[in-house]
Design a protein around this ligand. Structure first.
Ligand SMILES: Nc1nc2c(ncn2[C@@H]2O[C@H](COP(=O)(O)OP(=O)(O)OP(=O)(O)O)[C@@H](O)[C@H]2O)c(=O)[nH]1
Ligand SMILES: [Mg+2]
Length: 807
């Protein structure tokens, strides 16, 4: 119930219920929370109907209910009422207590009296003790039990400060105050001495607990003017009473105004539970609770702060410039609000709660800071990637580029960390920095390995090109010492590649062991190229041998194709050709990159080239050097063709080349048959001289001779007599005789056709055909004298009639 400006409100009712909501409303309306420590609490105690409410209303211009003098003296104020003093600075809260010794509660029920006295002492700076003047010095005075109650209550309070007890003597008589006061103080001392005290306060003087002040007022009923005047004087003492030396000058242990409501509630709760009231502990408790409340309120306001929420959202999508400053200032504003609101609370408590608030607030914003660090880290990694690529492209050494980029990126990261750092926090970004360093190292390592792989593959490609085909060509040319040439090529190209490779990897500053390993790998690769090529060629060894055989067998020393005239020593030529082929077999039997001497050629030559004699030797020696799968002094790794394989290859080779040799022999024999000895020509000249002269003298004979010659020649060509007789005279005669007549007929028919055509306007045509006939008819002779290629073993001869014949 609010009444007027003083907002008089019942704080505790007669049953002892605390009106918390009423108090909150009251404090809100008087704006006590803004006062900090600058407020005073005054309460009044005294016998029932002793004019307490009347005094307070006059002193503080409050509106406490007073007894209506015309209705008799009965209890007016029940419980405890609270109001604000009007016109007094600082803010003064006035409490009007239920009178003591009231007949309404009965003589024995002093519980509420004691509880309210204790409550008033605990929360008031000044307690007015209202007493009748005529009670002073009286043994059975009404104020004695009251004082006893007050002092006993004080023993339970452990108050850290001195409360002012202002004794207000009502209805003062003509006896001056100077005489009354010593008597009153004596009365008070007597009661103090009588009050049982705890051992620690046995000798404690009253003044150590209270400031005792005494004042006297005239009767309000009888001398109202004087009463008002004296009250006005008394009122002056309440102005700025909280200043040092004032009635409420001792501010130790004052609860901050914002905690007044909570503190009062707690005190009343403790009093009702009949527990001792330890005010210092209570003060700490109040500070703890209030500071916690304030801190929680700040934290929840921070969590929903618009600036913070906006910042938090921005952080999700990338780096936010000025993050550290913005966040620090938001946090700062809430921390300083907390500081302001808790300034009057216990220093220890508020600083503990401040730390707690700060740590909770930092906990709230920490994820955003971490996200920022994450952005910073990924941005730095990207920066490192691009700057490394640029530097490397410019031709700076890889290791040097990595070093300088790492240095600059890490220093940029450190700068970024300083920018996003929150002033209130001491978050250590070293873990993220370490992660960043690992990211950078991992990227550098992956680029290093990719670049090195590319270099390796470039040089491997180069080696494949510079060794592969040249090695193949060496095998093809089948020179004198194939492996010496290969070794020379291998050494030259490997040396060149190794020196280029060493320069290319120097920028990576690899340790000696790694670079040596890579160089060795490259050398091994070069070796493997040669070995692979040798292996490939060894798979085609038979072809190489036949090629070589064919080259030697079918060509003269000057590489011209050999024409079998009948004078050649085919046996010797065959032997030479086979020896050359055996050399090829020997070369392809094993890899000889190390240049170690071996006996492969010797073994092959002695076992395969010496013919039956060798076979005989082998039979006698009981051990065939080629009946083995390994070569002496050659490792299996270097073996391309085993001795056993060589033997079977040689057998196959002989079979396939025998045909070529036979062809050569046949050609030679044919040549020999058609050549007449010289004496035949001499005999013919001597014996046929007369006939020859006869023919020369008669011009008809040469003409007939010419015609006969041409006919015979045409028959020779058409019947391919040389070819027919190649398979023996009998089969030749049979074949020629069966084809003789049709051929003659054919020739005559052609001649007739030619003659007919000769008579027509385009008669020059036959002569051309005839010359063509002649020129073509000479060709087969040359062809039949050449030897077919051993490798193909199939030779196609083209005759004038267009018939294809397999020889
Ligand atoms: N004799 C005398 N009577 C007074 C004085 N002041 C007030 N009264 C009268 O005493 C009666 C009680 O006044 P209240 O102010 O209600 O007294 P109270 O102590 O608040 O009474 P409770 O609240 O019931 O304990 C009223 O009739 C007043 O007129 C005074 O100075 N002298
Ligand atoms: Mg009253």
């Amino acid at each position: 119930m609010d009444v007027g400006e003083s907002c008089s409100t019942q704080l505790i009712d007669a049953e002892g219920s605390f009106n918390a909501s009423g108090l909150e409303r009251f404090l809100g309306s008087v704006k006590l929370a803004e006062c900090g420590l600058s407020y005073a609490v005054v309460s009044i105690m005294g016998p029932q109907s002793s004019g307490k409410s009347t005094l307070l209303n006059h002193l503080f211009r409050t509106n406490f209910r007073e007894m209506d003098a015309f209705k008799g003296r009965s209890q007016t104020t029940k419980g405890i009422w609270i109001a604000k003093a009007v016109g007094i600075e600082p803010c003064t809260i006035v409490m009007d207590l239920e009178g003591t010794d009231g007949r309404e509660r009965g003589e024995d029920d002093t519980t509420f009296e004691k509880q309210s006295a204790l409550f008033a002492l605990a929360i008031s700076d000044i307690v007015l003790i209202n007493m009748w003047c005529h009670d002073i010095g009286r043994e059975q005075a009404a104020n004695k039990p009251l004082l006893k109650t007050v002092f006993q209550a004080m023993m339970r309070l452990f108050s850290p400060r001195k409360t002012t007890l202002l004794f207000v003597i009502r209805d003062k008589t003509k006896t001056p105050l100077e005489h009354l006061e010593p008597v009153l103080r004596e009365d008070i001392q007597k009661i103090w001495d009588m009050v049982p005290k705890p051992q620690s306060h046995k000798e404690t003087a009253l003044r150590e607990f209270f400031n005792v002040e005494v004042t006297a007022l005239s009767s309000y009923e009888e001398k109202e003017e004087q009463f008002k005047e004296q009250v006005a004087q008394l009122r002056q003492r309440f102005f700025h009473c909280t200043s040092p030396g004032g009635l409420a000058g001792d501010r130790h242990g004052v609860v901050p105004a914002s905690a007044f409501s909570f503190s009062a509630q707690q005190i009343w709760k403790v009093i009702r539970e009949n527990k001792d009231l330890h005010l210092p502990a209570h003060k700490v408790m109040v500070a703890t609770v209030r500071c916690e409340e304030i801190a929680n309120e700040k934290l929840s306001r921070l969590a929903s702060d618009e600036d913070w929420l906006k910042l938090e959202e921005e952080v999700q999508s990338g780096l936010v410039s000025g993050f550290g400053k913005k966040l620090s200032s938001i946090l700062d504003s809430y921390m300083s609000e907390y500081d302001m609101e808790t300034v009057y609370f216990d220093e220890g408590v508020r600083s503990v709660k401040r730390q707690l608030l700060e740590s909770k607030a930092l906990h709230l914003v920490h994820p955003a800071h971490q996200t920022m660090l994450g952005h910073l880290r990924s941005k730095t990694v990207q920066k490192f990637k691009s700057s490394l690529e640029q530097k490397f492209k410019k031709g700076e050494g890889f290791a040097a580029s990595v070093r300088s980029c790492t240095r600059s990126c890490l220093s940029e990261f450190d700068k970024g960390c300083t920018e996003i750092a929150v002033r209130q926090a001491s978050w250590d970004p070293s873990k993220i920095r370490e992660k960043l360093r690992r990211d950078i190292e991992a990227h550098a390592a992956s680029i290093r390995s990719a670049e090195l792989s590319e270099i390796v593959s470039d040089y491997e490609k180069q080696l494949t090109e510079t060794l592969g085909e040249p090695v193949e060509s060496i095998f093809d040319s089948a020179g004198n010492d194939i492996w010496a040439s290969i070794r020379k090529l291998y050494k030259r190209e490997t040396k060149r590649a190794v020196s280029g490779f060493s320069i290319a990897i120097s920028g990576f500053e690899l340790d000696q062991e790694t670079s040596n390993k890579m160089i060795n790998n490259l050398i091994d690769f070069a070796r493997s190229v040669v070995e692979k090529k040798a292996r490939d060629e060894s798979g085609k060894v038979l072809m190489h041998m036949k090629d070589r055989f064919s080259t030697v067998f079918s060509h003269e020393n000057d590489s011209m194709p050999r024409v079998w005239t009948g004078r050649e020593n085919i046996r010797a030529i065959t032997k030479d050709a086979r020896a050359a082929a055996l050399k090829v077999l020997s070369a392809l039997a094993a890899i000889r990159l190390d240049g170690k001497p071996d006996k492969i050629e010797h073994v092959l030559s002695s076992s395969l080239m010496d013919g039956p004699a060798a076979q005989e030797r082998i039979m006698q020696a009981s051990t065939d050097p080629l009946a083995s799968s390994t070569w002496e002094e050659v490792s299996p790794r270097n073996t391309l063709i085993t001795p056993v394989q060589c033997k079977s290859l040689w057998r196959q080779f002989e079979q396939e080349t025998n045909y070529t040799v036979r062809q050569a022999i046949s050609a030679q024999e044919a040549q020999r048959r058609i050549r007449l000895p010289a004496w035949v020509f001499l005999a013919m000249a001597v014996l046929g001289y007369n006939e020859f002269m006869l023919i020369l003298r008669n011009p008809f004979y040469p003409m007939v001779f010419l015609v006969v010659f041409l006919l015979c020649r045409a028959l020779w060509v058409q019947l391919d007599i040389a070819q027919e007789f190649r398979n023996g005279p009998i089969s030749g005669i049979l074949s020629v005789s069966s084809r003789f007549l049709p051929t003659v007929m054919n020739i005559l028919k052609r001649l007739a056709n030619e003659g007919e055509k000769h008579g027509t306007p385009t008669g020059h045509q036959p002569s051309r055909r005839s010359s063509s006939f002649r020129s073509q008819s000479l060709e087969p002779e040359a062809i039949t004298n050449s030897v077919p290629d051993a490798s193909s073993s199939t030779h196609v001869l083209s005759s004038e009639s267009g018939i294809e014949d397999l020889s």
